[in-house]
Design a protein around this ligand. Structure first.
Ligand code: FPP
Length: 243
């Protein structure tokens, strides 16, 4: 834990990060795209830890979308390897999670993920379930539309089984049946690398999220950039449709 953390009057409870620009970061250096992802994974840890130290309670990192399977096989394999390496760090990661009381949660479709990765995911979730100070969601094989479709199916099943009636269905029912059930919606979504779209990220949850864009490529993202986001957030006037 560090001591030189600036104080902010208002902190977002939940920040979403679209970790974009790894490929370009690597290309600019004449490296393979996978080298960009490896550097991006380091940034993920650095930024996650910093946000926890600042006092952010929920974070969601977009690591692999349902559409990312369309990338070259070698790139997909390199990404799966990175996820496994991270989860395999065992004691070191557990100690870190312990210091910051960090709970890890994977959001996205479980089906289609390699079996060995799935096992590691379940283990990490089980081992960190006791922590409730900080929740780190890793969106893996995640798509916002797929998430809503999944929730609709779950609700339809409950109606079919007579557990609830159609009249009971409200917005809260959807929120309670998506992967982030029980968590606040993201207050702000961050997309580096000069792109200005959501790309199927937190489609339901982002209804009132603020957006923060920048040209920085994800591997170059620093703690100072988080401070800039938090500075900007102080000035946003969130009205939620009111005046
Ligand atoms: C998008 O950048 C990034 C991804 C599809 C992968 C993001 C994954 C990581 C940063 C690794 C996270 C690691 C863990 C352990 C959770 P891009 O490749 O589309 O970049 P480009 O637009 O410059 O080509």
């Amino acid at each position: 834990m560090r001591d030189n953390i600036p104080k902010f009057d208002v902190l977002p409870e939940h920040i979403g990060f679209i970790m974009d620009g790894n490929g370009r970061w690597a290309k600019n250096r004449g490296l393979e795209r996978s080298a960009g992802h490896r550097e991006g994974a380091k940034t993920f840890r650095k930024i996650g830890e910093y946000c926890a130290d600042v006092g952010i309670k929920y974070m969601t990192f977009y690591a692999f979308s349902t559409e990312n399977w369309n990338r070259p096989k070698s790139e997909v394999l390199a990404l799966m390897k990175l996820f496994k390496e991270y989860l395999n760090e065992g004691d070191e990661r557990i100690a870190e999670n312990d210091i910051r009381q960090m709970r890890l949660k994977f959001i996205g479709e479980r089906e289609g993920l390699p079996k060995d990765l799935l096992k590691l995911i379940e283990k990490a979730e089980r081992e960190s379930a006791k922590y409730d100070k900080v929740t780190v969601n890793i969106a893996l094989n995640y798509g916002g539309r797929a998430e809503i479709t999944h929730a609709v199916k779950e609700i339809a099943e409950k109606v079919k089984n007579g557990e609830m009636s159609i009249d009971d269905i409200s917005e809260k029912t959807i929120s309670d049946n998506i992967y982030t059930a029980g968590q606040p919606d993201p207050d702000i979504i961050v997309r580096p690398s000069g792109e200005y779209r959501l790309s199927n990220f937190m489609t339901w949850q982002s209804a009132y999220s603020e957006f923060w864009y920048s040209d920085i490529l994800w591997p170059d993202f620093t703690e100072e950039d988080v401070n800039r986001i938090l500075d900007d957030y102080q000035k946003r006037n969130r009205r939620f449709g009111g005046v």
